[in-house]
Design a protein around this ligand. Structure first.
Ligand code: NAI
Length: 485
């Protein structure tokens, strides 16, 4: 029985490249059925606040797999990106992007004879992409960076499984845990925890700035890298640049129930409607999807035809030898179709036996909640009270101390994360938002209500912007110290 998938053509160049890719699929006798869904800019314009119709949502949730063209999110209307929303609401926690050198796509590395073949796995839901941001004062904006044990475990386990499937021998974790000790620290800790289950894969970690430097100087030394969302976003575009640009960057958004396959690039409004877009990235995403569905023979057949076509120097206007004429989207697709059955001189793909893969799309009765260790002993030890003020640090300390009782003490005041009281430097420049850290006195105990009461008392004299509790988990402190503390 044919698997049926949901297809959204997208906006801008989306319909042009999607039509070409599906034409190639048909010519290669890909055994898939398609249900087209209504998503994208025109559906925002028609008043659907999520950019899709209820029927589209129902179809995607029923079929479990969406193949999509790029989509435009209207600017300045306060709506969230449909692409990010789709990845988040359907919990496609792993974003896989494969990058490889392609013959016919010249880069500095291909010219130097250095082959690139690496995969970036980017966490796809958490991090700053929660978009939870607040202006605390007119001058100070803050964003919440959410990294969870459950979310990290999902994407990291996927990365190890992917590495195993692809026959990779190593997997690196990119991070900035030296600075973001709790958020990236949690991601890194989870990485090494899960690595224990995969002794056959060499696991290592690398600080993300060092990673960027090494990727541009020695990309051939990497096989697979797993990163948090924002760092993964940036590093994967860097990798796209290494292999010839966004026109060659496919992506799979994998979840346990629903997955989305799309190109990394956007709607290319500057060339939309002209029939000249490069369909390669969407075709490569389609090939990833065929493999995901177990249709490996068709995937290999199409990939070989694409590689052969590129080797012949056939190119759309955005890449390739400027001395030879470019072809348009349709002609590019036609050439790939006529090259089905051809084998490229370099990098030919050997088809693995087809394995029928059933897309899981059971409808859960309730939202799944994951808490990893409910036996952890939690202890409230204090609070960080964020206030708006342009007073000097000592004046803030005086006001705060007047509001405290013998259960709590003032331990530190910081500004932009730098300690300014009890000690600090007169050269530290300040903004009008301070953090007042209070902790319970030795042997004492405070409740959340008491901590809130202290903040409420302080708010009689200084505007309170927010309150964050200081917690210990099994005796380990769950907050960072200020710089200089
Ligand atoms: P873009 O990727 O659409 O375009 C950047 C540049 O690359 C343009 O010069 C464009 O002509 C070129 N380009 C992109 N894809 C191409 C292709 N297949 N063939 C030939 N040239 C290509 O990025 P931009 O301009 O920042 O975004 C445009 C719109 O796309 C925005 O509304 C954005 O929100 C949306 N977008 C959607 C994405 C998605 O659906 N996953 C991802 C990125 C952007």
């Amino acid at each position: 029985m044919k698997t049926t998938i949901a297809v959204a053509k997208g906006d801008g160049i989306g319909p042009e490249i999607m039509a070409s890719v599906l034409r190639i699929f048909e010519a290669a006798n890909v055994q898939l059925g398609y249900e087209y869904v209504e998503m994208g800019k025109s559906y925002f314009d028609a008043g659907h606040s999520t950019g899709m119709t209820a029927a589209a949502k129902e179809t995607i949730e029923r079929l479990g797999l969406l193949f999509k063209g790029p989509m435009e999110t209207p600017k300045g209307k306060g709506v969230k990106s449909i692409n990010v929303t789709a990845r988040k609401v359907w919990n496609t926690y792993a974003n896989q992007r494969d990058f490889r050198s392609l013959n016919g796509v010249d880069t500095v590395f291909s010219k130097a004879g250095i082959p690139i073949n690496l995969t970036i796995i980017r966490e796809n839901i958490e991090d700053t992409y929660g978009g939870i941001e607040h202006l605390l004062t007119n001058d100070v904006a803050v964003g919440r960076r959410i990294i969870t044990r459950a979310g990290s475990a999902q994407v990291i386990r996927y990365a190890f499984e992917m590495a195993k499937r692809k026959g990779y021998t190593k997997l690196a974790c990119g991070h900035k845990a030296n600075i973001m000790k709790l958020t990236d620290g949690l991601f890194l800790e989870t990485f090494y925890e899960i690595a224990k289950d995969y002794p056959e894969i060499e696991s290592s970690d690398i600080i993300v700035d060092d990673l960027c430097m090494k990727l541009v100087s020695r990309p051939e030394t990497f096989q697979a890298i797993v990163l948090t969302n924002l760092q993964g976003d940036i590093v994967s575009d860097l990798c796209a640049g290494l292999v010839g640009g966004l026109g060659f960057a496919p992506s799979a958004n994998i979840g346990d129930n629903i997955s989305i396959f799309e190109a990394v690039h956007g709607t290319a409004p500057d060339i939309a409607g002209r029939g000249i877009a490069n369909p390669t990235a969407l075709l490569l995403s389609g090939i990833l999807m065929l493999r995901y569905l177990g249709l490996t023979t068709a995937a290999a057949n199409i990939e070989n035809a694409l590689l052969y076509t590129l080797e012949q120097g056939i190119h759309t206007g955005d890449f390739g030898d400027k001395a030879t004429a470019s072809v348009n989207t349709e002609a590019f697709a036609d050439t790939i179709i006529s090259n089905l059955g051809q084998v490229p001189a370099q990098g030919a793909v050997v088809a693995q036996p087809d394995v029928a893969v059933e897309i899981k799309h059971d409808r859960p009765a309730v939202n799944k909640i994951t808490a990893t260790n409910t036996a952890v002993v939690e202890e409230l030890v204090g609070a960080d009270i964020f206030v708006e003020s342009d007073l000097q640090p000592t004046e803030i300390a005086e006001i705060a101390q007047k509001k405290l009782n013998d259960k709590v003490k003032l331990v530190m005041i910081s500004n932009r994360g730098t300690q300014v009281w009890p000690t600090g430097s007169i050269f530290t420049e300040l903004v009008n938002e301070y953090r007042i850290r209070v902790e319970k006195t030795d042997g004492g105990e405070i409740s959340q209500k008491e901590a809130f009461q202290i903040a409420a008392d302080i708010s009689d004299d200084i505007k309170v912007c927010s309150v964050e509790f200081l917690m210990k988990f099994d005796g380990k402190i769950g907050y960072t110290l200020a710089q200089g503390q």
